[in-house]
Design a protein around this ligand. Structure first.
Ligand code: SF4
Ligand code: SF4
Length: 485
């Protein structure tokens, strides 16, 4: 008899048949006959009816596989985060990074901004952080990051450069308090307010800038505009030219670019811009999508737009396999290959699933990042809404709210019945933000995103296996894809 309810995911590539064994956490390759057997017995509720239809040797190999511990039916019993019981020690000693929201004001009115009014309960305002709040935040961070060699302070807005004197004050206070550690500063900016004095200061204090630049003048100016709707590209370019002339080292070492991809634009135009753009030649360039988190309407991409991106990812694969020179690949999407390698590295053979496990996705709120808003309230990151009480995980006066942090960490509890039977649980990337309904955490909202997660995991598996079929070296741990052949 062959197991009917194995916890596995079957999938095919143009060159092979595979299954992912959730208990063992590995992908194994199958012959077409073996694949059909597993597929048949997953659908049928009559165990031995059709055994005569299949080749006896293939049936035996599947039985052998089961004897080796594969194809187990075991499901976890509950969603329970492995760090739940040691969270206090992490919160007390290992907080990695603090981000200060120094102002909610901005000199621009970008069309897709999270404060543009298109997002639930978030608008620009004149609220800004006081120096006392910033210092208390920094003191709290230093006190709660004793185990770390690095000390990281990030500035976030609105537009942080509206408050340059404030930034200087924080930088110098942080340098004093974190003396002896490897100090790292970063700042996300629209780059319109940069001038020589600011850059000189940032160079001296090793501040790293993440500059928002969406592409050519036409593309950038479509969304990134001043209050009077005038585009900002020309000003950003002028400032970058100034940096190139006066602070060439700063341009190559301290600046990275982020392009927000608007599916209304052709991806190839954005891509070509960054391939040719002299001022970003040596810089790291990344892309992000317009955020749909808390958005009142969803930004959807057309099929043509998705195909354009998939084609570029395909070219990156060809380049990794040695069939295409890297210079023809997209700088903006270079992390796509790395992401697949990271997923591959999560395939680590184990005996079986533990009874208690948690799906992938949630950060350890407050530990990986600590976002402090203008009023001194704590949040897990800058992406979550400051209007959501359930996302507020403490404040500079009272410290961490450990119970709330545990709720966010164990967000799998919300959808436990579904998660314990989900083959993609190790590859899930849904955190509490995906369930945040402003008024509370919503199971419905969270599970509405599951099909997207499962489709992505399936297509990543197919990419990984196709790449391996063509000889890609994805990591040192190569599991026995052919062990049952
Ligand atoms: S988006 Fe979610 S997982 Fe990521 S840092 Fe924010 S809260 Fe944590
Ligand atoms: S995709 Fe949905 S069901 Fe699957 S682990 Fe994630 S939250 Fe749970």
């Amino acid at each position: 008899m062959i197991v009917l309810n194995s916890f596995i995911h079957l999938f095919k590539t143009p060159g092979g048949h595979y299954f992912y064994d959730v208990n063992k956490n590995v992908i194994l390759s199958l012959s077409e006959e073996q694949y059909k057997i597993l597929e048949y017995y997953r659908k049928s509720d009559e165990t031995d009816k059709c055994t005569s239809e299949f080749n006896a040797q293939a049936i035996e190999s599947i039985k052998h596989l089961r004897d080796l511990g594969f194809l187990s039916e075991k499901r976890p019993k509950e969603m329970y985060h492995p760090l739940n019981d040691t969270i206090l020690s992490h919160l007390n000693n290992k907080v990695s990074k603090i981000t200060l929201q120094i102002t909610k004001q901005c000199n621009l009115r970008c069309k897709y901004c999270i404060y543009s009014g298109d997002y639930e309960n978030r608008v620009h305002s004149n609220e800004k952080m006081t120096l006392d709040t910033a210092r208390k935040g920094i003191d709290f961070y230093i006190e709660h990051s004793k185990d770390n060699e690095k000390a990281l302070l990030a500035f976030y807005g609105g537009e942080p450069l509206l408050e340059f004197e404030f930034i200087k004050n924080c930088v110098e206070y942080f340098e004093e308090k974190a003396e002896g550690k490897n100090i790292y500063f970063s700042l996300t900016t629209n780059a319109t307010l940069l001038n020589e004095e600011i850059v000189e200061y940032f160079q001296k204090h090793s501040v790293h800038l993440l500059i928002s630049l969406d592409g050519s003048s036409e593309i950038h100016n479509r969304n990134r505009v001043y209050r009077d709707d005038k585009g900002t590209f020309e000003k950003v370019l002028e400032n970058l030219e100034m940096i190139k002339t006066k602070f060439p080292d700063f341009l190559s070492k301290n600046i990275a670019f982020n392009a927000v991809l608007d599916p209304q634009n052709e991806f190839s135009c954005v891509n070509n811009f960054f391939t040719d753009f002299e001022l970003a030649k040596e810089a790291s360039v990344m892309a992000s999508q317009i955020s749909n988190l808390y958005r009142k309407d969803t930004v959807k991409a057309s099929k043509e737009y998705i195909s354009e991106i998939e084609y570029e990812i395909f070219k990156i694969f060809l380049s990794e396999l040695g069939y295409l020179d890297e210079k023809y690949t997209s700088k903006l999407l270079s992390k796509e290959y790395v992401e697949r390698k990271v997923r591959y590295s999560r395939l680590q053979m184990r005996d079986e699933l533990p009874d208690r496990i948690h799906h992938g996705g949630p950060c350890v709120a407050g530990v990986q990042r600590l976002f402090v808003d203008v009023d001194g309230n704590f949040y897990p990151c800058e992406r979550v809404s400051e209007s959501s009480p359930q996302m507020k995980i403490g404040n500079i006066n009272d410290g961490f709210d450990v119970n709330k942090i545990k709720t966010l960490l164990n967000i799998g509890k919300l959808s436990e019945n579904k998660c314990v039977d989900c083959w993609a649980l190790m590859f899930c990337d849904l955190c509490a933000a995906a369930a945040d309904d402003i008024d509370g955490l919503s199971t419905e909202k969270k599970v509405s995103k599951c099909s997207g997660v499962i489709d992505t995991a399936d297509s990543m598996f197919k990419d990984i296996c196709t790449l391996r079929e063509f000889g890609a070296e994805l990591g040192k741990e190569i599991y026995a894809l052919d062990m049952i052949e």
